[in-house]
Design a protein around this ligand. Structure first.
Ligand SMILES: *[C@@H]1O[C@H](CO)[C@@H](O)[C@H](O)[C@H]1NC(C)=O
Ligand SMILES: *[C@@H]1O[C@H](CO)[C@@H](O)[C@H](O)[C@H]1NC(C)=O
Ligand SMILES: [Zn+2]
Length: 500
């Protein structure tokens, strides 16, 4: 019986050849450089000597060259656009080329070809990496416009995403809401539900009611945090599921719905905040978000073992922080990282509370030594170090740098660096991608595997001159939005007609 239904599904979808995967997962560990992998492996080995490899070590197939069109050091926006559209563009560009013209993404092409699509991340869902797969703006900071396109409101194809999980609720709320980060009255949260059929929820209970994807309908958006979701080390499981839980739920939900529609799916997963921890020089945040990325990769691998029509590629967009293991020389000490239960951001918040609430200097100092430095894992604090915390621009970065120094590691930049990242693959045909590639080649590979023509999608996007005008720099997007909206209803109709 099972064999028959698979055969029928294959016959119903002539674009899919037997030797191609039906479903594709691209998993982006943002800011995960080669040193990050060694760092987490060494720590895992310190905790348990029997652990000599990380899960992802087994899936390494190659390397990715990451430079953007205007810098040898890319940002996440240009890198996401490279993976999604298969083009090199400038830092800051979301789904647009060097002339600010929109480029068709793998996700959009999948949607137009009848696939289901998902974006599951731990940053704001409006952040550069997920945005680069489903939206088009000339500057990554236009997160309000990105949110509009994500729900379908101002996207030329209407709604192209079927499943969203991640943070960033504030960009879906009108400015009258105290949690809003919009500067207008657009209420995307209710517009998405009323006009585009989304189920919009921020409750953990609603997520649990998906029963790991065995229940629930699409389109579905789970947005439990106003801004980014928590670092894994600080996560409150009552409020937010782990990335692994979200990944498996998304896979099951998309797979169940795809089978109902006799189609496949494209899922973008992101361990978004490995990068933020690198910018923040926080070894604890970095470590536990990396370990969670590895757990999620292993879970996806096991899922693929039961669904051999699915393939997985994973590669970071760039390195972050210039992490060096072994400073000043020939040693680093994972044991130093074993005490902290939370990130430097968390202990910096405790520091601020102590300064705010405790009156005498002696009382403050002893609490800071105990509850901030001590709990974070920093012993034998000198008066100079205490003074350094008090005058630091960022208490969190100061603490992170200090713990790093104690552990014999160092961060050479607050930004990204140019080194190649590691390419991981698992499942059908991924062995074909062994080697060292430009990031754009990874995008082209996925498109070819799913039988998608990105060029056609680019042409369709660029044919819509109102949309092209809307996303040009210095155009007041909000003023054009209303006019565009009318045109856009027409385009949705066209997109639907094309599909059949
Ligand atoms: C000092 O601050 C800590 C941390 O916020 C708090 O738990 C404690 O109650 C405060 N003590 C006094 C005397 O205010
Ligand atoms: C660590 O890196 C910083 C630059 O971020 C540098 O100023 C410092 O000297 C380095 N520390 C050591 C011990 O090399
Ligand atoms: Zn970054």
């Amino acid at each position: 019986m099972k064999g028959t239904s698979i055969l029928l599904a294959a016959m119903a979808m002539p674009v899919i050849h037997a030797a191609k995967p039906k479903n594709y997962v691209f998993f982006l560990p943002d800011g995960y450089g080669p040193a990050s992998e060694t760092f987490a492996r060494d720590y895992a080995n310190f905790v348990d000597e029997a652990t000599v490899k990380l899960p992802v070590d087994s899936f390494a197939i190659g390397q990715v060259r990451t430079k953007s069109s205007d810098s040898l050091v890319t940002d996440s926006a240009a890198a996401a656009t490279a993976y999604a559209c298969g083009i090199k563009t400038y830092n800051g560009a979301i789904g647009v080329d060097g002339n600010h013209l929109p480029c068709g993404t793998v996700l959009e092409a999948a949607k137009l070809n009848g696939y289901l699509t998902g974006l599951v991340v731990t940053s704001r869902i409006t952040h550069a990496s997920p945005a680069g797969f489903a939206t088009h703006v000339y500057d990554r900071d236009m997160e309000a416009e990105i949110a509009e396109q994500l729900v379908g409101y101002s996207h030329p194809f209407g709604r192209v995403v079927d499943l969203m999980m991640g943070g960033g609720k504030c960009f879906f709320l009108p400015q009258s809401d105290e949690n809003s980060c919009r500067e207008d009255d657009v209420d995307l949260w209710s517009t998405a539900q009323k006009r585009y059929d989304w189920t919009m929820t921020s409750s953990r209970e609603a997520f649990d009611n998906l029963h790991k994807g065995e229940s629930g309908d699409l389109p579905f958006a789970f947005i439990p945090a106003n801004s980014h979701m928590a670092y894994e080390a600080d996560r409150d499981p009552q409020r937010e599921p782990s990335l692994t839980e979200m990944a498996i739920t998304a896979l099951n939900l998309l797979d169940r719905k795809a089978k109902e529609h006799e189609t496949g799916f494209f899922l973008f997963l992101e361990a978004s905040r490995i990068d933020h921890a690198g910018h923040g020089h926080d070894p604890i945040a970095h470590l536990f978000d990396i370990i969670e990325y590895n757990r999620a990769m292993l879970a996806v691998k096991h899922w693929i073992d039961d669904h051999d029509d699915t393939a997985l590629l994973s590669a970071a967009d760039h390195e972050c922080g210039g992490l060096t293991l072994g400073v000043p020389d020939y040693a680093w000490y994972p044991s130093v990282l074993a005490r902290a239960e939370h990130t430097s951001e968390y202990y910096a918040a405790i520091y601020k509370d102590i300064v705010h609430f405790n009156s005498t200097e002696a009382q403050r100092e002893s609490l800071i030594i105990d509850r901030v430095f001590g709990d974070y894992g920093i012993d034998n604090v000198t008066p100079k170090e205490i003074a350094g915390l008090v005058t630091a621009n960022s208490a969190a970065i100061f603490l992170g740098d200090l713990l790093s120094a104690r552990a014999g590691i160092n961060w050479s930049t607050l930004g990204h660096s140019a080194v190649d990242t590691t390419l991981f693959g698992y499942g059908l045909n991924t062995e074909k991608l062994v080697g060292n590639f430009e990031n754009i080649e990874v995008g082209h590979f996925i498109a070819a595997e799913l039988g998608l023509k990105l060029k056609d999608v680019t042409e369709q996007l660029q044919a819509n001159q109102n949309f092209v005008k809307l996303i040009q720099p210095n155009v007041k997007a909000k003023k054009l939005l209303k006019r565009f909206q009318l045109e856009h209803e027409h385009d949705i109709m066209q997109a639907h007609t094309r599909k059949h």
